[in-house]
Write a protein that binds this ligand. Structure first.
Ligand SMILES: [Zn+2]
Length: 199
């Protein structure tokens, strides 16, 4: 098979590694970069560099942050006594887009899945319990996905929080079982959070 020059082949290779990008799309993207202006191409390179050098987990909630605290934790108008627990930053973004929630978050960075080797210690569960213990926290909303792993993770966290005398709620059903928060429709998500129930 014919090969392009080494630099182009390398760029195609890198694009091929991206999720959802096949060989032909990778080739198309590489040629797009080749054709684009110096400014555009370097802008892309610098944007990639910036997410890896400037971004870090929020000290409080583990959301994506560019400073010690993420924009939500740093916002004095957010209710710090309500913590919504999500699996991924993408879920947080989906819930934020509903505009109905005024509390803060805690990002677990996954869900408990012993068969895949993911134990509670691999997530930010300990930090959450510590955060609630430090308080004052009125309510913890478990907004893990309505999947077997998400439900299991929610139950595990609920049992850890039980001795701490904090109100623990779970997003209302209405979210399709087995579905994922990041793909849920905005109005369903808004209902799920407004009609959360005690567990
Ligand atoms: Zn934060």
């Amino acid at each position: 098979m014919a090969k392009y020059s080494e630099a182009i082949e390398r760029l195609i290779d890198e694009f091929t590694r991206l999720p959802g990008i096949g060989a032909r799309s990778a080739e198309r993207l590489a040629f797009h970069v080749l054709k684009s202006s110096q400014d555009e191409a370097m802008g892309l390179a610098r944007a990639i560099e910036a997410v890896k050098t400037k971004i870090r987990p929020c000290r409080e909630c583990f959301n994506i942050a560019e400073a010690d605290l993420c924009a939500i934790c740093a916002d004095p108008r957010r209710d710090k006594a309500a913590i919504c627990v999500v699996e991924q930053p993408k879920d947080l973004m989906a819930l934020e887009s509903t505009g109905v929630y005024r509390g803060v978050y805690h990002v677990l960075m996954g869900h408990i899945a012993p068969l895949e080797g993911v134990e509670p210690e691999d997530l930010t569960v300990d930090a959450l319990v510590e955060r609630v213990r430090r308080g004052p926290v009125r309510e913890v909303i478990l907004a893990t996905n309505p999947t077997v792993a998400g439900d299991g993770t929610a139950l595990h966290i609920a049992s850890l929080l039980e001795p701490l005398k904090v109100q623990v709620t779970r997003l209302a059903r209405g979210l399709p079982a087995g579905g994922q928060i990041e793909y849920a429709n905005k109005s369903i998500l808004a209902d799920a959070i407004s009609e959360r129930r005690k567990i």
